[in-house]
Design a binder for this molecule. Structure first.
Ligand SMILES: CC(C)(COP(=O)(O)OP(=O)(O)OC[C@H]1O[C@@H](n2cnc3c(N)ncnc32)[C@H](O)[C@@H]1O)[C@@H](O)C(=O)NCCC(=O)NCCS
Ligand SMILES: Nc1ncnc2c1ncn2[C@@H]1O[C@H](COP(=O)(O)OP(=O)(O)OP(=O)(O)O)[C@@H](O)[C@H]1O
Length: 207
């Protein structure tokens, strides 16, 4: 008997801010996929008592720490998306921890395939190497802006500053094996996820 667990079949799910990654991932999860979400892992690391908080306080001081000991997300967002050096410093703390924890969760997965949701997947060789396929959730920039404004109350300049640090729509589409067109309704998104789910299940069985 071989006691080395086979590597799970991994689909990297990515898209620009507000493109609909979380909505797509939630549909995949409802259909039975295991979702490993790097945004959620980052939130856990920066919650009260989170594993990254001591290093963040040492690097940035107490002005970035909320009263409950968690990361002050609005303060950090304002800082990193207008100061490239601060962004590099925060990422140097968080990215190795996110990479390790997401690898651990992928290896522990028991579902037929894993959806590894990573906003910066196209920007990062180490995530691309882990994935059997890359699925991009795509919509025009004006819809990203509108949806993030509605969801988070950020203004257009703030969202544009974040988008400017991410891969372009063209670069993401060039890296895609599969594209989910999220330029219309949530119902249309759901239908595309259902048809990809059937393909990913079949591929995970026959690879
Ligand atoms: C700067 C922070 C505190 C702002 O928090 P906020 O609650 O506003 O955003 P949240 O973490 O929920 O992320 C929302 C979206 O912002 C974008 N985003 C987040 N981090 C980054 C980044 N380093 N570079 C570019 N875009 C990013 C992504 O589209 C992401 O889906 C936070 O984004 C953060 O800690 N970022 C560094 C960690 C990281 O790179 N996370 C991405 C997962 S690998
Ligand atoms: N097709 C759609 N029609 C209308 N609203 C949508 C559609 N797709 C997503 N949304 C909404 O747009 C917002 C952004 O979607 P979602 O959170 O899934 O994007 P995301 O790519 O995960 O964003 P982020 O990069 O910020 O984590 C959410 O409020 C979501 O409900």
């Amino acid at each position: 008997m071989n006691d080395i667990a086979p590597r799970p079949y991994i689909i990297g799910l990515t898209g620009g801010i507000g493109s609909g990654k979380s909505a797509a991932a939630a549909h995949f999860a409802r259909l039975g996929a295991e979702v490993v979400d790097t945004d959620l892992i980052a939130h856990g690391l920066t919650a009260p008592g989170g594993a990254a908080m001591d290093a963040i306080q040492r690097a940035f001081g107490t002005s970035m720490i909320a009263a409950d000991g968690s990361l002050d997300r609005a303060a950090m967002r304002a800082r990193v998306f207008s100061h490239p050096e601060a962004k590099r410093q925060l990422e140097a703390i968080l990215h190795p921890m996110i990479r390790d924890e997401s690898a651990r969760q992928c290896h522990a997965a028991t579902a037929p395939y894993v959806i590894l949701a990573v906003p910066l997947l196209v920007e990062s060789g180490s995530y691309r190497e882990r994935c059997d396929r890359i699925c991009v959730v795509d919509c025009p920039e004006h819809l990203q802006l509108e949806r993030v404004r509605t969801r988070s109350g950020l203004d257009e300049a703030q969202v544009r500053a974040i988008m400017a640090t991410q891969a372009s729509r063209e670069a993401r589409l060039a890296a895609a094996d599969d594209v989910i067109d999220n330029s219309t309704s949530l119902e249309a998104l759901k239908q595309q996820v259902a048809s990809l789910h059937a393909r990913y299940l079949a591929a995970s069985r026959t690879r």
